[in-house]
Design a protein around this ligand. Structure first.
Ligand code: IPE
Ligand code: IPE
Ligand code: MG
Length: 251
């Protein structure tokens, strides 16, 4: 059995459908989704999860109507303002991943204030992916690596996976152990493409605003039963096929 995942990443999907099913405008789904995010962060802290990354706004979500985008950022700002005292009280470190140059200035200020004030939080690291795209993140790391190579700081031949891992994971966060997607779709939608190569994937039809503690616990329980092999073998009969010269290791 695995222990509690150190890092859980969540694609919070299904807000719009939740609202539609109730005959409500889509923004009401986003408002209910923000409550689910708060609930989930609290539950993760209680369960000893070290890092929680929530996908709040993708680099593709700019394709949505301007009114919806406005609501999403104003909800983010409202929640950041309201939650900051609790984050501080509970020892939660908040940070954002993604681009900062395209989001509203007022959101950026609040994000940076929350990052600054919660920097010493040790209990849970809550990361929000905002204007985030996995491919863009990899391309950006490649750009930084190329600049170092061009300046003579780095030999192209010495660039390895580790070089990328260091560039991408500059905030010292381990790769996610468990990736949850709510809302029933089974795709990554450009989320943490580099980091999820060995994450355990968990898809649930539960719409994000309905996601609650029992759903989180079900995902964690499922994760705990997964056998994480990383390409190796963990058990079996290793006898050689007939006529095969022994590799010198006995099974
Ligand atoms: C997820 O819910 C929230 C964001 C992507 C910002 P959606 O808004 O995608 O909800 P559905 O998928 O339309 O139900
Ligand atoms: C993924 O949800 C992005 C976030 C949850 C922020 P989308 O609803 O944008 O994904 P697609 O369009 O269904 O792939
Ligand atoms: Mg969606």
């Amino acid at each position: 059995m695995n222990g509690i995942p150190r890092h859980i990443a969540i694609i919070m999907d299904g807000n719009g459908r939740w609202a539609e099913a109730r005959g409500l405008p889509r923004w009401r789904g986003h408002a209910a989704g923000a409550d689910a995010a708060r609930r989930t962060a609290r539950a993760c802290a209680e369960r000893g999860v070290e890092t929680l990354t929530l996908y709040a706004f993708s680099s593709e979500n700019w394709r949505r109507p301007e009114r919806e985008i406005k609501v999403l950022f104003s909800l983010l700002e409202e929640h950041l303002k309201r939650e900051l005292p609790e984050l501080l009280r509970e020892g939660v470190r908040f940070s954002a991943v993604g681009r900062r140059d395209r989001i509203p200035e007022s959101s950026r200020r609040l994000i940076e204030e929350a990052e600054r004030r919660t920097a010493d939080g040790k209990r849970l690291h809550l990361r929000m992916a905002i204007d985030y795209g996995g491919r863009a993140e990899i391309a950006e790391a490649a750009r930084r690596i190329a600049a170092r190579a061009a300046s003579g700081d780095l030999l192209p031949a010495s660039i390895t996976e580790e070089t990328f891992a260091v560039e991408i994971g500059r905030d010292g966060v381990p790769d996610p152990d468990l990736l949850i997607r709510t809302g029933g779709e089974q795709r990554l939608s450009n989320f943490m493409l580099w980091q999820v190569s060995y994450a355990e994937l968990y898809f649930t039809p539960v719409l994000w605003p309905d996601f609650d503690r029992p759903d989180l616990d079900a995902a964690i329980e499922d994760y705990r039963t997964r056998v994480r092999r990383y390409g190796a073998v963990t058990a079996g009969n290793f006898a050689d096929p007939p006529g095969q010269p022994s590799a010198g290791v006995s099974g």
